[in-house]
Write a new protein. Structure first.
Lengths: 331, 77
């Protein structure tokens, strides 16, 4: 397929807060074990932002690195989209805060929220703006400080998540590389299984909402697990179909880093060997919208991705939402 | 027939070399050392194989492989 009007990734960047919390650290503060966490999830440690650090702080550093990698100035940006479920505040959006920090005065900035699928939703939106000729350079960020909304007494959730940010810069291309196809999906009818109930207009923040712990992540792990195993493979297959690419042609799968058991089950369903699957959840846990762009940045910086490689990004998350993007690597 | 298929799914998933000792009385968790996520994945594979839906509430009642077998047979009728 000759893609006259395609969109490519010209730079990547990521930032992880320095504080490392291991499973052994968690053992000391909650009723859990390293053995349980490692065998059920593959996670060994995660990064946690300190009290002073908010999502936009992580996002800004990741963005600067992506701009540097892309050889672009902040003034060159036309669009900034941040995907997050842990914005600094309800408004202004985290993207507006990043725009200010970067002094990217020309850029239009807004947030989108599709939980762990958020980064791929944002990428698809950005792609459309560029394809449509509206904008030239876009910065797409997935950034989270999930640690701020985890119930330290809920071992079901607090062992799973970590903080971090990843960013990419995208631009129009005519060289036949770049994004080949994207597939997004939503099932709002099952949204109850993963949510942060309070703080919005349904349950505004009150003394009671805090006392009842409604500002924390609530999750039905088992339901999410079943959904995730099925949808990861399906989403990737649908995206591949749209670009007429076969599973055997995949050079690298970069999945959302929720749980090694989910990733392995999905890889098995796709009949894809694990050496083609990028995994970093052992170090960082699930960073929600930041997982995919951080993994992509690491894979790129490690030299694992070569020009013209077929790279498949795939994610699922609250909403419920899912997404997959097929890329012919440009760098 | 169904029993053999179920045993094959379990054997493949858990990487068992010898499935001849797997009987209807065998428990996934107690005898075969499957953890809760193995059990979920095995149930999902059985759902796909037999084209049936096994809700969590029902799956939680299974004590051994015979229970799964009877459930699948009943659903298929
Ligand atoms: C969270 C998850 C690992 C839990 O695994 P699970 O097998 O479903 O766990 P269960 O809740 O059934 O619990 C199994 C046992 O482990 C125990 N357990 C649960 N969490 C534990 C923890 N952190 N430490 C130690 N034990 C724990 C339970 O109490 C239970 O014990 P019991 O059998 O004696 O009652 C798994 O459901 C999962 O990964 N789900 C998807 C979550 C996800 O990816 N969310 C983000 C989506 S973007």
């Amino acid at each position: 397929m000759n893609n006259e009007n395609s969109v490519k990734i010209i730079g990547t960047g990521s930032y992880l807060p320095p504080k490392i919390v291991t499973n052994f650290d968690l053992e000391k503060i909650m009723h859990t074990t390293d053995e349980w966490i490692r065998s059920r999830t593959g996670i060994e440690s995660r990064r946690v932002a300190d009290e002073k650090t908010a999502t936009s702080d992580l996002a800004t550093i990741a963005a600067r690195k992506a701009l540097e990698d892309a050889n672009l100035m902040a003034e060159d940006l036309d669009l900034i989209i941040v995907a997050t479920v842990t914005p600094d505040m309800m408004f202004p959006s985290t993207a507006c805060l990043v725009q200010k920090n970067l002094e990217a005065g020309k850029a239009v900035a807004f947030d989108i929220e599709a939980a762990c699928s958020g980064f791929l939703y944002a990428l698809t939106i950005g792609e459309q703006f560029i394809k449509g000729g509206v904008y030239k350079n876009a910065l797409i960020i997935g950034a989270e400080t999930l640690s701020k909304i985890l119930d330290p007494e809920d071992r079901n959730t607090s062992v799973l998540f970590g903080d971090g940010a990843g960013a990419i810069v995208i631009q129009k291309t005519t060289d036949n590389t770049g994004i080949l196809s994207s597939y997004l999906g939503t099932d709002g009818s099952k949204g109850e299984v993963l949510k942060q109930p309070a703080g919005g207009s349904r349950i505004p923040s009150t003394y009671e909402s805090v006392k009842d712990k409604l500002h924390y992540v609530k999750m039905e792990g088992n339901e999410v697990f079943r959904f995730a195993v099925r949808i990861m493979g399906k989403a990737a297959m649908e995206a591949l179909k749209l670009s007429n690419i076969k599973i055997q042609d995949i050079d690298f799968l970069i999945p959302h880093q929720a749980n090694i058991r989910i990733i392995e089950a999905a890889a098995k369903r796709l009949e894809l060997p694990m050496d083609k699957v990028y995994v970093n959840l052992d170090k960082y846990g699930n960073m929600s919208a930041a997982s995919v762009p951080v993994a992509l940045d690491e894979a790129s910086k490690k030299g694992l991705l070569k020009k013209n490689d077929i790279v498949v990004l795939v994610a699922f998350g609250g909403g419920l939402t899912w997404a997959s993007t097929v890329v012919r690597w440009s760098k | 027939m169904e029993f053999e298929k179920i045993v094959k799914i379990i054997g493949d998933h858990l990487g068992l070399d010898d499935v001849s000792k797997v009987k209807p009385e065998t428990s996934l968790v107690k005898d075969l050392e499957a953890d809760s996520l193995d059990a979920v994945e095995i149930i999902m594979s059985i759902e796909d194989e037999f084209d049936v839906e096994i809700p969590d509430e029902d799956a939680e009642q299974f004590n051994n492989i015979g229970d799964i077998l009877n459930y699948v047979k009943a659903k298929k009728e």
